[in-house]
Design a protein around this ligand. Structure first.
Ligand code: HEM
Length: 414
């Protein structure tokens, strides 16, 4: 059933409305300029939505009132008791035993502190740099597959295929399963946000797959991230196995459509801006700045917080159990922080963007994401310096939790 159209974005916004997914920027401008800085909706389980940079930073830092125990932007619940009816006894036992969420993103301190610390060494700049040659080779193999055709889908044939293979390589899970991983992650975080059965099914597929992988690594440890996590200790004890499963679940989910969306948006922008393609080709040293600017302008990720105790914020009465959307993408277009926020300025000097979040949950995979974006853009421009969108109106976008192009045909001289 099509959703009711939105008449007032400040009291009834719809993050899944087509116009919002396709072009949210004027809506955020309008909300940011309105007298009440925090918008409200009853749709999709109800939520509050700040759009100003300072407000979002304040929410992110106030971990007493704004918990991470539920970070999904929509709470569309399955039919009553559907979960219990569907699950076998064995599945129910597993769900209880493994009920730790997806640490560290769904944890608050004190668990968050050690859960995050475990991830810092494998995602350091040094560790991630070692994956660069493999990523470059992968990008070139993908380009080899379509360059002679003079056309490709920049989202589906390229951007979408890079992050799942890189994270599969880190976790030591089968690279030939990457399209299955992509389907699961989309089912959980994209299509499943408005389809609770699909979300449950996809979540369960990832979860049972990770349980099996963890069991295998216990018997045959390897040189991979799952074995690394199993070998770590907390307070002198091995990291509990359900925790390892939950973290691996998160890495698969967080590592895939976030980065794929950013690479896709970067290509979408470059396809329409020959002057920026030229600038990057003539000044290759700008790539680091360009990645940051493209992340700012097309930030993909909106997270949520759970109101842990009643609190009033700027006159908004927030009650325990309410949801607040951490609209990092809107913060990154705030004119009080960024000059000409709607312009992409590849050599922008001052760019304190929060595309990776801010505060204790700031993205632990940011070095990896940056490396993947850099390599994907560099290799594309090296091999296909001149390209354009085949039909700008035919591009499709996903949105809600993670925004990025999903179908994006581009053409180029072959
Ligand atoms: C361009 C790509 C990416 C973007 C824009 C992005 C964005 C974010 C954001 C906004 C957060 C903060 C969540 C919050 O405040 O609730 C976050 C957290 C996180 N991200 Fe990313 N992410 C990206 C790629 C990745 C990758 C490739 C990985 C690893 C495979 C990753 C792993 C994580 C983890 C583990 C956290 C949780 C950190 C914590 O709770 O302490 N992300 N990410």
């Amino acid at each position: 059933m099509p959703a009711e159209p939105v008449n007032d974005w400040s009291t009834d916004y719809d993050i899944f409305a087509r116009e919002y997914i396709r072009d949210p920027f004027p809506i955020w401008d309008q909300l940011r300029a309105s007298p009440c800085p925090v918008a409200r909706t009853d749709r999709w389980g109800g939520s509050w939505m700040p759009t100003r940079y300072e407000d979002i930073v304040t929410f992110a830092r106030d971990i007493q009132h704004f918990s991470s125990r539920n970070v999904l932007v929509a709470d569309v619940m399955p039919a009553p008791d559907a979960e219990e009816q569907d699950l076998s006894e064995e599945d129910q036992r597993l769900v209880q035993q493994y009920d730790v969420g997806a640490p560290p993103i769904t944890s608050d301190p004190p668990v968050h502190t050690w859960a995050r610390r475990l991830l810092l060494p494998p995602f350091s700049v040094t560790s991630v740099t070692k994956l660069e040659p493999e990523t470059r080779e992968l990008c070139n193999a993908l380009i080899d597959g379509f360059i002679a055709d003079g056309r490709a889908d920049g989202a589906a044939d390229y951007a979408q295929r890079i992050p799942p293979r890189v994270i599969a390589s880190m976790l030591g899970i089968p690279k030939e399963m990457t399209s299955t991983f992509t389907d699961w992650v989309r089912g959980f975080l994209e299509l499943g946000l408005t389809d609770p059965e699909l979300r449950q099914q996809s979540g369960r597929s990832i979860f049972t797959f990770m349980i099996e992988q963890v069991q295998q690594r216990k018997e045959h440890p390897g040189d991979d991230l799952i074995s690394y996590l199993l070998g770590q200790k907390v307070d002198g004890e091995p990291v509990p196995e359900p925790h390892v499963v939950g973290t691996c679940f998160l890495l698969l989910v967080a590592g895939i459509d976030t980065t794929w969306s950013s690479i896709g948006s970067a290509l979408w922008h470059l396809a329409q801006h020959p002057e920026h393609r030229r600038q990057l080709i003539e000044q290759p040293e700008l790539i680091g700045n360009a990645v940051e600017e493209l992340l700012r302008a097309y930030s993909p990720v909106t997270m949520a917080r759970y109101v842990a105790a009643d609190v009033e914020y700027a006159g908004c009465p927030m009650h325990e159990g309410d949801k607040v959307l951490m609209n990092f993408p809107a913060a990154n277009r705030d004119p009080s922080i960024f000059d000409h926020p709607d312009q992409v300025i590849l050599d922008r000097e001052k760019n304190p963007h929060i595309a990776f979040g801010v505060g204790i949950h700031r993205c632990a995979g940011s070095n990896l994401a940056r490396m993947e974006m850099k390599v994907a853009i560099q290799e594309w421009l090296r091999r296909i310096p001149d390209f354009r969108l085949e039909d700008p109106h035919a591009v499709t976008w996903a949105g809600g939790q993670v925004r990025g192009p999903r179908k994006m045909a581009v053409v180029f001289p072959s």
